[in-house]
Design a protein. Structure first.
Length: 241
């Protein structure tokens, strides 16, 4: 009986070791998850996007219809200065590559929420397309935006929002795809997960490159626009919860 005692203890140790490893792995995974969530919440707080009372702007049917009416027409030309003092002409941009234009409203949480998705798109397609953001403000406004988000593409500014009116972009987050001939191929009055996928597919078809995989799983399922550039807001405002 005494001779078998050590073997029983060894057998018991063999059973306990894997159990300890499982507990440690679960613990590390849990810690990693909580650190990730904490960093995500801190970033939302830094951007001012964690306010449960913040309003959301849902795209309405008239907005969609009006944007679609602009498609297949010549894109309105513009000449704007960017945050670095460089002149940005649509004619120059789209002559090189298909060009994506999107409109930004300074201080709009919706524009701030959209920005990471547009940057994700740019990181995957800047080799075959130009991207230009147009913000309502001064050169200093554009500089602050570029510095805050470290944009990999230029941010032009229009302190009078005349470009937005010319493009009939009533709200921020309006996004356009212009081909090399200057035609407005597609125009969206806001953004969503499916809108970004559609933009990706259209650009892939235009350039002949494989469609790139985008990390946009957190994108909204509905089409959201941003804050209005004018006194009237054609979007459907949803109060934060």
């Amino acid at each position: 009986m005494i001779r078998f005692q050590p073997e029983l203890k060894l057998h018991s140790a063999k059973i306990q070791i894997p159990a300890i490893l499982v507990v440690l792995v679960i613990g590390f995974v849990a810690i990693g998850y909580f650190i990730f969530q904490a960093k995500k919440q801190a970033e939302l707080q830094r951007l001012g996007l964690d306010d449960p009372e913040a309003k959301k702007h849902l795209v309405t049917e008239p907005m969609t219809k009006k944007a679609q009416e602009q498609e297949s027409k010549p894109a309105p030309e513009f000449e704007l200065t960017d945050s670095n003092g460089k002149l940005q002409r649509l004619a120059d941009l789209r002559s090189e590559k298909p060009t994506i234009i999107y409109f930004i409203k300074d201080g709009c949480p919706c524009s701030e929420t959209y920005e990471p998705f547009m940057q994700e798109f740019a990181r995957n397609y800047l080799d075959v397309a130009n991207v230009l953001g147009v913000i309502d403000g001064t050169q200093e406004t554009a500089r602050a935006w570029s510095s805050r988000y470290v944009n990999p593409y230029p941010i032009a500014f229009d302190p009078t929002s005349a470009t937005m009116r010319k493009w009939e972009a009533t709200n921020s987050a309006f996004t356009a795809l212009v081909d090399k001939q200057g035609n407005l191929v597609a125009y969206w009055p806001g953004y969503s997960r499916w809108m970004l996928e559609e933009l990706s597919q259209k650009l892939a078809d235009m350039t002949g490159v494989p469609r790139r995989r985008l990390a946009i799983i957190d994108g909204p399922s509905k089409l959201y626009t941003g804050c209005s550039f004018g006194d009237e807001d054609p979007s459907e405002i949803i109060e934060g919860r």
